[in-house]
Design a protein. Structure first.
Length: 267
């Protein structure tokens, strides 16, 4: 079979069981260590300020980066403003979605986005999509941490950029599997590592640093073959001096596993 008994690490959280099944179907020996959880911010003044400005006509466009964030932003806004006010405001504003998940989320609320960023849905495609557009006052629904490259790029296009962060990514409540994954990486016990979001890298290295094995974990990652879901995750790897060995043809978890398994057959 494709992975032929290779020891495969995944840091998937939400779809951990599905990832393990995909790896087993390709002949791999999976170890799935959930690495993150969505943490709703305790204070929502950014969201409420965004809502006030949106209703007052203060934005020409709203850029939605994630489905989870879009739903949570809407839910939060409804605690302060009426649905009628918000829907009227969104109807007067250009809605830009980074990919299919925020597109699905905003459609659930009742809107069709006017602008859809093409795959692989990174900040680079978003900048290129926005380049010819006329909207100058732009709000961005963020996730986890700010993307300064995106924000600076939009400002370089002559836009006024406001950000609204509605949630962050914390460590899982049970960090034991992630700590075990770091220890096994330090001992170079994995042949393949799959990463499906950039925050998996950040949280793994946070755990490694706490354990005093950061350098050993980096060496363990370099010794394995790393499959990255797409350019954004690959860029985060580069921040740690790492390089992704493979990216799938489309940023889908199933394609990531199956296409990398096919690559291993040929090598």
């Amino acid at each position: 079979m494709a992975f032929d008994g290779a020891r495969v690490l995944s840091l998937e959280s939400r779809r951990a069981g599905e990832m393990a099944t995909l790896i087993r179907k390709q002949g791999g020996e999976p170890y799935v260590a959930p690495s993150m959880r969505e943490v709703e911010l305790e204070q929502h003044e950014e969201a409420f300020d965004f809502g006030r400005r949106l209703i007052a006509g203060g934005f020409d466009a709203v850029i939605l980066l994630t489905g989870v964030g879009t739903r949570l932003l809407w839910k939060t806004l409804l605690t302060r403003f009426t649905e009628h006010e918000l829907k009227g405001a969104f109807a007067r504003t250009t809605i830009v979605v980074r990919g299919p998940k925020p597109s699905a989320a905003i459609r659930e609320i009742g809107f069709t986005p006017q602008v859809q960023v093409p795959e692989p849905n990174t900040w680079r495609e978003l900048l290129e999509t926005m380049r010819p557009r006329p909207e100058t006052r732009v709000a961005i629904q963020e996730y986890g941490k700010s993307n300064e490259a995106l924000n600076d790029g939009l400002r370089a296009q002559g836009r006024e950029v406001s950000t609204v962060r509605i949630y962050g990514w914390g460590l899982p409540e049970d960090t034991a599997p992630l700590r075990e994954a770091a220890a096994r990486l330090a001992r170079r016990e994995f042949d393949v590592v799959f990463l499906t979001t950039s925050m998996q890298v950040v949280n793994l290295m946070k755990i490694a640093e706490e354990a005093g094995i950061e350098q050993e974990v980096l060496e363990g990652l370099k010794a394995s073959r790393i499959g990255s879901i797409g350019p954004t995750t690959s860029e985060t790897l580069e921040e740690y001096g790492l390089t992704a060995d493979f990216e799938p043809s489309h940023p889908k978890m199933g394609l990531l596993v199956n296409e990398m398994a096919g690559l291993r057959i040929k090598t």
